[in-house]
Design a protein around this ligand. Sequence first.
Ligand code: FAD
Length: 266
Amino acid sequence: MHSIVLVKQVPDTANITAEAMKEDGTVNRAALPAIFNPEDLHALEAALNIKQRYGGTVSAVSMGPPKATEVLRDCLYRGADRAVLLTDRRAAASDTLATSYILSQAVKTIGHFDFVFAGRQAIDGDTAQTAPQVAEKLGIPQITYTEEILSVSENRQYALIRRSIGNGYEIVSVKLPALLTVLETANVPRPQAAKRVMKYKRTEPVQWDLDNINADLDRCGVAGSPTKVFRIQSIVLKKEGFTDIAPTKDGIAALLTELVSAKTLG
Ligand SMILES: Cc1cc2nc3c(=O)[nH]c(=O)nc-3n(C[C@H](O)[C@H](O)[C@H](O)COP(=O)(O)OP(=O)(O)OC[C@H]3O[C@@H](n4cnc5c(N)ncnc54)[C@H](O)[C@@H]3O)c2cc1C
């Protein structure tokens, strides 16, 4: 079984310091340590687990600046067979539509695959849109919120997946190839293997630009990004104390009226 894992290097938004925000309200990426997007580690583990059970290969792909090599090397240390960095200045300012187009072209360039794995969400952009959009562009089914790959059929054409539905789960059968987004409750990522660290510590990932993946430049970067940022606002919560709401219809109606008039709702 051949798996492709989409991994993203992100600023560590869990360790915000005062320098994390620039004066204009945008993120000061240089002031935040760069880490492996947490759920992508679980996507990688799911792919490595498939390789362990059924054989095959795992290729890790990241779109980002040259520094993203760090997460790709980490993938090799943990068991991936191949790492591809997609880096090109013409891809800068890509929104999720353009990012998913570029990633889908990279997946097509790799060629044969049974699974594409991704994290459910990146902790910086936080949209959870990229992977489903990649599946759409590849024309393959997608299973979001994956917790476990229960089995792959003998003819390798179907997989049985357990996916979370919040307060429960459902088991679905999916025709392969398919894209799966993985939750952090899915597994425990394996650590880096010392022998692999020695083997790959000086390895540079395969590096591709937009020409290598035959990308239509009108669909990349600013040209391919219809999202317009209207305003960036830094919100500081000022209110202290609490308001007692009576657990009655009138109490809830009064709360809703207050939230609507304060433009918190509606
Ligand atoms: C107008 C606009 C301009 C932007 N300009 C820039 C810019 O100049 N530079 C910049 O870095 N970002 C930029 N972004 C952010 C960029 O669009 C998102 O970071 C990117 O599309 C991924 O979306 P997300 O972070 O919401 O990921 P999600 O959709 O939450 O991610 C889900 C999963 O998709 C996969 N994935 C997501 N992104 C990548 C990736 N890059 N490589 C591999 N796998 C991935 C991972 O598996 C991840 O867990 C811009 C966004 C907007 C709206």
